[in-house]
Design a protein around this ligand. Structure first.
Ligand code: AMP
Ligand code: ZN
Length: 465
């Protein structure tokens, strides 16, 4: 049993070998806490939760350390705080925004069936580590202070060239092209326009901390340095897996690699870089102006979290995903079926067909196909496999009740009528079977006759929308 993962850096699927044979270390960039998370943000949460669960299955629960940070220092947070709490001092308002948004985020991702990571570090609690990395970078000649800023120089990194990765390797860009293509709005304090900010001065009233040595004024960190500092503190100078959405490859992850590798003289920061593809809604980019911006919180009002989870996993994590109502409805029906047949069954070992699919770079569409294959003949293995993937957190009865509450339809009554109709059809009493169909239609329930895996007739139902 080998786990193979696609690595964005080497652009190939490679056998996963942890640095320490018995303990796996993974870092995933977490949310910036200023507003409700949208359904696109749920994708890395769900994808890396599946990986976390698979790694725990392979190495043991106590042998996987998963770190997902919370970014609680950012201009968007400051803007939101000033807007929502104009009467409060900015720092107090910021605390209110980050605490409230952090709680909302947890409620959302708990409902999606995502396990809490082993550590959820906050950026503002790692300022000392950030300062230390910055001071190492300045001492090593990779960064310089200018006008109360500290800037990292990718050109200095590539000139040093001693056992360091090449700046641009992760995102597959050449520094020469970046230099040529850089926009001309050069900040006056930058030596080169490819230089990026490690530390910057705070405006009056904004959160501020003592700056790295050499800078008197207090300041605050740039975004990229946060993740280098938190990953170092909790996982060490080099670790196994680093994940996030594909939009983070450049500049965020490229800059994380540069900071960490130059500060600690490493060839690599993480041995495997994994990136999830983007999510769009009904074939359009999600945006507030298009009115198709959906939060996890809104979706949870209409759908159980496990339906959102299944819907996400039907697409392989590296592919783009088109989030549609039609697909959600299908995911809902699939889960109704799985709950009905597997939720109350003593779970067996996860099926090899499901685990093998996951071992192949988290091939969840194939794992789901394998789950369908277990439905008729191997229900305990189906139950065990579903649990491995983070499903079946409720009993069949709880699931039914929840559906009933959400729909306002008496599910037991619907199912009683359907079995009466099945009996009427079996005795060829078609007048009665049609009468029951009409009665259900009047309740807003549409029924569909089909066959199950063994060819026996089955009737499924759904609510008219
Ligand atoms: P942000 O708060 O924008 O930094 O995003 C948090 C995480 O969600 C990052 O890993 C992003 O790459 C990811 N993300 C943001 N938007 C989308 C999207 N539309 N589809 C998939 N992932 C996304
Ligand atoms: Zn990050």
């Amino acid at each position: 049993m080998e786990l193979r993962l696609y690595d964005t850096l080497t652009k190939e699927k490679r056998t996963f070998v942890p640095l320490d044979a018995n303990n796996v270390r993974m870092y995933v960039c977490g949310p910036t806490v200023y507003d409700f998370a949208h359904i696109g943000n749920a994708r890395p949460v769900i994808v890396f939760d599946v990986l976390f669960r698979l790694l725990r299955h392979l190495y043991g629960e106590a042998h996987v350390k998963y770190v997902r940070n919370i970014t609680d220092v950012d201009d968007k947070i400051n803007d939101r705080a000033a807007r929502d709490f104009p009467g409060l001092p900015l720092n107090e308002a910021i605390r209110k925004v980050t605490e409230q948004t952090g709680r909302q985020f947890h409620a959302d991702v708990d409902a999606l069936g995502a396990l809490r990571p082993s550590v959820e570090p906050r950026a503002t609690e790692h300022i000392a580590e950030m300062r230390e990395i910055i001071e190492r970078l300045v001492a090593g000649g990779f960064a310089y202070a200018a006008e109360d800023h500290v800037l990292f120089s990718p050109q200095a990194m590539n000139a040093a060239n001693d056992g360091l990765p090449r700046y641009g390797a992760l995102s597959n860009r050449s520094l020469d092209e970046m230099i040529a293509g850089a926009r001309v709005d050069v900040a006056p304090y930058k030596k080169d326009n490819t230089d990026f900010v490690l530390w910057k001065p705070s405006k009056p009233g904004e959160p501020s901390w003592p700056s790295p040595s050499g800078i008197k004024a207090e300041g605050r960190p740039g975004w990229h340095i946060e993740c280098s500092a938190m990953a170092w503190k909790h996982l060490g100078e080099q670790f196994d897996i680093h994940g996030g959405g594909i939009d983070l490859v450049f500049p965020h992850h490229e800059n994380e690699v540069a900071q960490t590798c130059c500060a600690f003289h490493r060839q690599r920061m993480a041995n495997y870089w994994m990136h999830n593809g983007f999510l769009q809604v009904e074939s359009e980019k999600m945006s507030k102006s298009l009115g198709n911006f959906i939060t996890i919180h809104e979706l949870l009002a209409d759908w159980p979290g496990e339906v959102l989870r299944l819907n996400m996993l039907k697409t392989h994590y590296t592919s783009p995903i088109d989030w549609t109502m039609k697909s959600l409805e299908e995911s809902g029906k699939t889960l109704d079926d799985w709950y009905r047949i597997a939720a109350d069954v003593e779970p067996g070992k996860p099926a090899a067909s499901v685990v093998d699919a996951l071992l192949d770079d988290l091939n969840t569409p194939q794992a789901i196909a394998a789950l369908h294959g277990l439905r008729g003949s191997a229900v305990p293995a189906l139950a065990g496999s579903l649990r491995l993937l983070g499903f079946l957190s409720e009993s069949a009865a709880q699931w039914k009740d929840r559906k009933q509450q959400a729909s306002g339809v008496d599910v037991n009554e619907v199912e009683r009528l359907i079995s009466e109709r099945t009996a009427a059809r079996a005795r060829k009493d078609f007048a009665e079977s049609d009468r029951i169909r009409d009665q259900l239609a009047a309740m807003g329930v549409l029924i569909k006759d089909g066959k199950d895996a063994e060819g026996k007739p089955v009737t499924t139902w759904e609510l008219k929308r």
